[in-house]
Design a protein around this ligand. Sequence first.
Ligand code: ADP
Ligand code: 5GP
Length: 194
Amino acid sequence: MRGKTFIISGPSGVGKSTVLKELLQRRDMYFSVSATTRTPRAGEVDGVHYHFVDVDTFRSMIEEEALLEHAEYVGNYYGTPKRYVDEAMEQGRDVILDIEVQGAVQVCAKRPETVRIFIAPPSWEELERRLTARGTDTQEKIQKRLQRAKIEMETAADYDYFVINDDVAHAVAELDAIMCAEHCRPAERMSQIV
Ligand code: ADP
Ligand code: 5GP
């Protein structure tokens, strides 16, 4: 049985990384490590949080068709290396893609069976507070990310599920429940009866 792919999208600072870190302690899933041209934040490790590459390397990856999708986001490029995603799925493992909305559209066009989950903040004020409290971006970058968040929120209705990250434990429980339910669909379950 091949694994399933789940896309997690949502505004920068909503808590995607925080929630996914917890979720990965509960579920055995492959977290897809993206390539990006963004500079690493304090504490980010190359190969763990991202593959940090320069623009020329990123362009070569596009030309070699090594990326499942790619997008520009607030001045940097981000993309999903295809090979590891496919290997994990072949091994029967579920895959998590933490990607923004343009990338989600590209993946779903190629692979319509992908499950899309949007994570939203409880309020705009709280989103701005979290982005500021994280302390990784300048005020100018925070404002650009908030502008982008407004556009991203308008696409949320296209997703299969909508989770509000008011409380980390609550959001993790909802994601876990969604993934569990997706494995209870008849197409998968009926094939398991011997
Ligand atoms: P993203 O990956 O979506 O950009 P992060 O996981 O980096 O967001 O979270 C942004 C900030 O918000 C971090 O400082 C994190 O500790 C904090 N945070 C995440 N979830 C919550 C929550 N439910 N309540 C309060 N703060 C949170
Ligand atoms: P950050 O710079 O905060 O780590 O990420 C910025 C945005 O890029 C987030 O919305 C995140 O989900 C998205 N992102 C991370 N990796 C990828 C990727 O491989 N492809 C796309 N399209 N977006 C990504």
